[in-house]
Design a protein around this ligand. Sequence first.
Ligand SMILES: Cc1ncc(COP(=O)(O)O)c(C=O)c1O
Length: 398
Amino acid sequence: MFAATEDRIASAVSRLGSESAFEVLARARALEATGKRVVHMEIGEPDFDTPEHIVEAAIAALRGHATHYTPSAGLAELRATVAECASRLRRLDPPYAAEHVVVGPGAKPIIWNILSALLNPGDEFVYFDPAYPAYASAASYLQAKIVPIPLRESRNWCMDLDELAQRVSDRTKVVMINSPHNPTGGVLQPADLARIAELAVRHDFLVISDEIYSRNFYLDTPFVSLASLPGMRERTIVVDGFSKAYAMTGWRLGYALMPEHFAKVVTLFNNNTFSCVATFVQMAGIAALRGPDEPVRAMNEKFRARRDRLVAGLNRLPRVSCTIPEGAFYAFPNVAKITHDDKALAAYLLREAGIACLGGSAFGAAGSGYLRFSYAASLDDIDYALAQMADALPAFKD
Ligand SMILES: Cc1ncc(COP(=O)(O)O)c(C=O)c1O
C-alpha cells in the first residue's frame, strides 16, 4: 500500500523557510472560533477594504468576460501603466518602459522568480537580518550562500554600511534591501542608498530593492528609490505591488521593474509557474494606478495615527521600549528585559491576552528579543491590546 512518508519528500524542501504570520493567523482564528476576542496584529495586511473604484473595475472586467489568459509578463496596458506610475513616484527620468515591467500574483512569487533567474548554487546572496522570511527561504532553496547582516535597533534599524562594506566582495552576486522595512519599519536614508550604490558599482553586484511599502511612508521628505541614483537603474531590480498600498493583499498582484534582458528571463519563470495573473485582477490594478490617490493617502493618515498610539503605549509598558517606525505598518518593540524567548512571549500573549503578534526571531536571529505588531488594527483594538498587555505581561514566566 502507498504510504505518504517523509522519505518520499524532496530533500530540498528542508531548505525552505516559512512565513510564520500565516501560522499564527490560523491559530488566532481557531481561538476566535471558540468565542475569545482576538486582536489581529500578526499578519501584514491593511485592515481596510479595497477602494470601491478598484472593486468596480474588477466587476466590470468580469462582466466584460476578461477571463482568459494574458501574456506571462502581464497585460501590455498594466505594464505600461506600472512603468509610468512607478517612474513618477521614484522621479525617474527617462521613465521605465513596459518592457522593464514583469507582473506576478503578488510580490512574493515575483521575488521567487527573480532569485530563480539570478542565483546559481554557491552564489553569494547578502540580506539584512531581521528580514521578510521569503528572501532567505528562496535563496537557500536555490543553494545560494546566504550572508545575513544584522540590523541594529541602536541605528534605528538602518543598515550598518561599514559592516556591509566589510562583508561584500567581488564574490557577491546579489544584495537584497527592503525600505521601508518589514519587520522594523526602518527607512534607508539617501546617504545610506548612496553608499550602497557606491559598493554595488565597486563590487559589481546587483541589488534587489523591495519597495513594497514605498507608499506606507511617514517621513515628510519624499520616498527615495535606489534605482533613482546615478548608474543604479541598470543594476537594480525594484519590487513593488498592490497589496499594501491599495489594501489588495487577497487579490494577489505585484510587479518588478528591471533591465529588459532580466525581464525576459523572469517572464520565462512566470511562464513556467503561474502562466499569468488573473486578467480581471490585472485590470483592477490598472484602475488602482490610474484612479484617485486619495484612498491611499487616507489609509496612510490612519496608519500614522495608529503608529503613534501604539508606539506611545508600548513605551509606557514596563520593560518594553520601541523605536518610532518611519514606514510600513509594523512596530518592533524590544522585550529583551522581559525575555529572549520572543516566540514564547508571543504565544503567551495570544493565549492569555488575545493579542496575535509575532516573535521577532521569526524574521531572523537578530530579531530575537523583539515582538512584531502590525498596526493594521483600529485605534480601539490598539487601546484594548495595550490594556491587555499591561495586565498580562507582569505574569509572564520565562
Ligand atoms: C517586505 C515584503 N515584501 C514582499 C511582500 C509580499 O507581498 P505580496 O506577495 O502580497 O505582494 C511582503 C508581504 O508581507 C513584505 O512584507
